[in-house]
Write a protein that binds this ligand. Structure first.
Ligand code: AHR
Length: 496
């Protein structure tokens, strides 16, 4: 029997709902087909946006969506994607398979998507191949309510009212695909671009600097030093971090569904590295921002595998298994534990690409196991993280050792939510949970459990989905329940 102690007296900090964000880039069938099918499509849509996908995203309360890239962002010229569709410029998407990008999904379509889903837009502007003026104009086009060249252009294109945009990315991976700059060069660029991203009316931008890839601490150091502050004035609101649990760099390239026991454990070792990366990048940030005013934004994370057979290698289309649902749970737990510094996280990528929560084929759609992780975790959004301790044991093989379980406990509106996963491939866990400072009167539980390689297909789309958790019960000191191997449980306890 493993012990879990939850201390509801000790509420640590708020888990920002934006930790449950998503990312969608113009890659393969990520936007086109996956989200946007056009108004004339036989797939049910509202203004070209797939109803099934929008409905699924609303159901898990996606809080924020990052767009248009990724590497595509520093290649994208937003004025190509506005105005009558027949007049929009066609470009070659050189990063992702040199396909023709007809720009039929642009600013207005993205903003409508966010409205339909009910999420915040997070727009990433072009530093690598765009000008300061171009980025400044985009902010004006989106958010300026007065009479100005860009607000008049927006009105001419059918949207007289300005939109609200909070999150603004100043470039993406500018040490690589976004311009191959040094941290100091990018820091200088950030200072200029950010200066001309203005707040119009009561719109307030939260400007995010393009941050490090994995353990590039030199990048975080150089950018923070050069661009976090201008004298006493803070220029930066957030700085990003990208980290993929990437099998392409493992010994062999393997597909999402193609792994053995040692790959399974190694995946968790790699996923858990997120914690060390967050802590080390935050330590560097603290040297330049001792008051912790600048947030860390993990705006690309996920498990990246070899593409599915028969698909274009640059479209990055992959399946998702129960292993990926567990990998996501472990990383969401890490974000929750660091929610005092990590203000946003965006899973890459939402539909039909890497570690997607949704896959589509024609008019069919399926929810991957990772979608269900987000469904089980949604109660943590904007909840208070509770102090808690879980007794774990080490599992794995000789090379990869990991704790057998991972969890988060939070409280919102008088309801305690516990999500807990068992990573063991064969061992069930009986949990004795001690509740301090909370008297529970009703328990509800759901369970996602499947073989680690199980996944949903278009032929069998309901293979992996949550069901009711049986047998959770109150005890004198709290509650008890059983967690089968390869499973994630969500338990909500009402009370006082
Ligand atoms: O998500 C795919 C790519 O990974 C993004 O375009 C880039 O930012 C990262 O390297």
């Amino acid at each position: 029997m493993a012990k879990l102690v939850i201390n509801a007296w000790n509420k640590k900090f708020k888990i920002n709902k934006d930790l449950y964000g998503q990312f969608s880039e113009h890659i393969g069938r990520g936007i086109y087909e996956g989200i946007y099918v056009g108004e004339d499509s036989t797939v049910e849509n509202v203004n070209g946006l797939r109803c099934d996908v929008v409905r699924a995203l609303r159901d898990i309360q996606v809080p924020v969506l990052r767009w248009p890239g990724g590497c595509f962002a520093d290649y994208y010229h937003w004025k190509d994607g506005i105005g009558p569709k027949e007049g929009r410029k066609k470009i070659v998407n050189a990063n992702w398979g040199s396909t023709v990008e007809d720009n039929s999904f642009g600013t207005h379509e993205f903003m409508e998507l966010c409205e339909q889903v009910g999420c915040e837009p997070y727009i990433c502007g072009n530093v690598g191949s765009g000008t300061v003026e171009e980025m400044s104009d985009w902010v004006e086009y989106l958010t300026c309510g007065g009479s100005s060249p860009m607000s008049e252009l927006r009105a001419k294109n059918g949207h007289p009212q300005p939109w609200k945009v909070k999150y603004w990315g100043v470039g993406n991976e500018n040490g690589g695909c976004g311009g191959n700059m040094t941290p100091e060069q990018y820091g200088q660029a950030f200072r200029r671009y950010r200066t001309f991203c203005r707040n119009y009316g009561d719109n307030r931008l939260y400007c995010i600097a393009g941050g490090a890839d994995v353990a590039d601490y030199n990048w975080t150091e150089g950018v923070m030093k050069t661009a976090a502050f201008c004298g006493e004035r803070r220029l930066m609101d957030g700085i990003s971090l990208h980290y993929y649990t990437q099998s392409n760099t493992w010994d062999h390239k393997k597909r999402a569904t193609e792994f053995d026991v040692s790959d399974y454990y190694r995946g968790f070792v790699r996923a858990r590295r997120m914690e060390e990366l967050i802590e080390k990048h935050c330590e560097i940030m603290s040297q330049y921002d001792p008051r912790h005013e600048i947030g860390l934004v993990v705006d690309e994370w996920g498990a990246w595998y070899e593409v599915e057979p028969g698909t274009h290698p640059a479209f990055l289309y992959q399946q998702g298994t129960m292993r990926d649902a567990l990998l996501a749970a472990v990383q969401l737990d890490i974000f929750n534990r660091h929610a005092n510094r990590v203000v946003m996280a965006n899973l890459a990528q939402m539909v039909n690409v890497i570690h997607s929560i949704i896959l589509t084929e024609g008019n069919r759609m399926l929810l991957t196991p990772t979608y269900h992780t987000f469904a089980l975790y949604k109660e943590h959004q904007d909840a208070q993280l509770l102090d808690s301790w879980l007794e774990t044991e080490e599992i794995g093989d000789e090379e990869s050792r990991i704790p057998n379980m991972s969890h988060t406990a939070s409280m919102k509106n008088g309801v305690l939510t516990l999500t807990i996963s068992n990573l063991s491939l064969e061992q069930s866990e009986q949990i004795a949970c001690y509740l301090l400072g909370f008297y529970g009167t009703a328990i509800k539980g759901r369970l996602l459990q499947a073989d680690c390689a199980a996944h949903n297909t278009f032929e069998a789309a309901q293979q992996v989905k949550p069901r009711e958790l049986q047998g959770a019960a109150f005890t004198d000191s709290g509650l008890k329940f059983m967690l089968p191997p390869c499973s994630i449980a969500q338990i909500t306890v009402s009370g006082s």
